[in-house]
Design a protein around this ligand. Structure first.
Ligand code: GUN
Ligand code: ZN
Length: 434
């Protein structure tokens, strides 16, 4: 029997990229809308007055007032095992990895510990209105088992993978060519395509994988063409210099991955802060995507992502929190940091573009735009309610906003987890703060 629920309120979702089609054509907005959900999927979205009479009397209409219903946020790059080491002080990437990250990740050889942190992390995501994420585990296969087990229990759409890392890290964290293949294979067979879970082959970055191990990633991608490839790219200047030394035959950083056939529609590269035009062209030609992680880039002093360059070359971009280097899991806070990085570049950033990046833009990065990211009929109904009255300050500020643009901007700059009044997964409320 079909189960129908309906949500009334101010509703916004994106249909396309505002930088491509123009702001006015990019979104659909209902000041008083009705979102009808059937068996966890979007059945219809229109103005309340247009749709309400079509509902039978026994369907309860939940009315969210003084706030905005938007699709669940999508975090296109995050490390769940690093949640406990957020705000570790004072280093740039390579020292930060050695001093904080690697010691933390060693703890995930313990399945029970991994399960505890995976559950904690997912609860934090939902608290922040993030309903889908592309997630790094650690080198331990049990870290990924723990993550997928917790995500499956919560019926979440999540993508995760075991880190491949066979050099330039502490001995305890290294795998090898054979175990990288065997462990990834068994995780793919166990989890990929189960409910809403998908697998990402996850070489940490070019520095920690030998060419032989990158060949393993290539082999896995060929054997399973619909799994993802998730790694880091051109985040930090010293990192880039080291990659050049390690792979003298590659013309640039991206070429290391490209030569191993690791670029493609389901390849997501975190950062891409320092990219040449050649690298941008290669991303575009191969339909690869980049996760823009502004909070992390500021925290580690990595640089200011060039969003304009990405738009000029037309490769897909989403937003990533990249915790533990990022300082918040809130995609609203990530939008705020994105705005500030673009201000420092002299480019600015429209709040429409920010909300696009955090929803439909993220879905496109993950090749899931026909599944999540907006309220198109048939899409999975993961959504959040952003509460204009979540704090006295938010309430005061929002009461002075005249336009949708002003409201979105204030929500993104002042918002955080408190702003998320409710989170719904497949239509069902999993977090209710208002
Ligand atoms: N590059 C390689 N590993 C990492 C990581 O864990 N975090 C970030 N920000 N960059 C990386
Ligand atoms: Zn990262």
């Amino acid at each position: 029997m079909s189960q129908i629920t309906a949500y009334r309120g101010e509703i916004l979702h994106f249909l396309d990229d505002p930088s491509v089609v123009g702001v006015d054509e990019s979104y659909e907005y209902f000041a008083d809308g009705l979102l009808i959900i059937e068996n966890g999927l979007v059945r219809e979205l229109a103005a309340y007055t247009e749709l309400a009479s079509s509902l039978s009397d026994d369907v309860e209409i939940i009315h969210y007032e003084n706030g905005l219903i938007v699709p669940g946020f999508i975090d296109t790059h995050v490390h769940y095992p690093q949640i406990e080491m957020m705000a570790s002080h004072g280093e740039q990437l390579l020292e930060w990895l050695t001093n904080y990250t690697f010691p933390t990740e060693m703890k995930f050889s313990d399945s029970a510990y991994a399960s505890e942190i995976a559950t904690f992390f997912l609860n934090q995501l939902l608290n922040n209105g993030t309903t889908t994420a592309l997630v790094f585990g650690t080198v331990h296969r049990q870290s990924v088992d723990a993550f997928f087990t917790a995500a499956q229990e919560k019926k979440l759409r999540m993508i995760c993978g075991k880190v491949l890392m066979d050099r330039n890290a502490p001995e305890e964290l290294l795998d090898d060519v054979q175990s990288a293949y065997d462990d990834s294979l068994s995780l793919i067979n166990k989890w990929h395509g189960q409910d809403r879970l998908q697998y990402a082959v996850t070489p940490r970055f070019a520095i920690t994988s030998t060419a032989q191990q990158l060949a393993v990633a290539d082999r896995l991608m060929k054997e399973f063409p619909d799994v993802y490839l998730h790694t880091h790219l051109s985040e930090n200047i010293k990192e880039i210099e080291w990659v050049r030394e390690l792979f003298p035959d590659s013309k640039d950083y991206l070429d290391v991955y490209h030569k191993h056939h690791l670029t493609g529609r389901r390849s997501v590269f975190a950062h891409g802060v320092h990219l040449s035009d050649d690298e941008c062209q290669c991303l575009a030609d191969t339909k690869s995507s980049v996760a823009f992680c502004p909070s992390s880039n500021l925290f580690l002093g990595s640089g200011l992502f060039n969003l304009k360059q990405a738009e000029e070359f037309s490769y897909a971009v989403g937003l990533g929190s990249d915790i533990g280097a990022g300082t918040s899991l809130s995609m609203l806070q990530i939008m705020s940091e994105a705005y500030k990085t673009q201000q420092l570049r002299g480019d600015g950033l429209s709040p429409f573009k920010s909300f696009y990046l955090a929803t439909l833009g993220g879905a496109r990065v993950l090749d899931l735009e026909n599944t999540i990211g907006n309220f198109k009929v048939g899409n999975e109904a993961d959504f959040v309610f952003l509460d204009y009255h979540s704090t006295p300050l938010m309430q005061l500020r929002l009461s002075h906003c005249q336009s949708l643009q002003e409201k979105l901007f204030a929500l993104s700059v002042l918002g955080d987890d408190r702003t998320v009044g409710a989170t719904h997964i497949l239509g069902e409320s999993v977090l209710q703060r208002c």
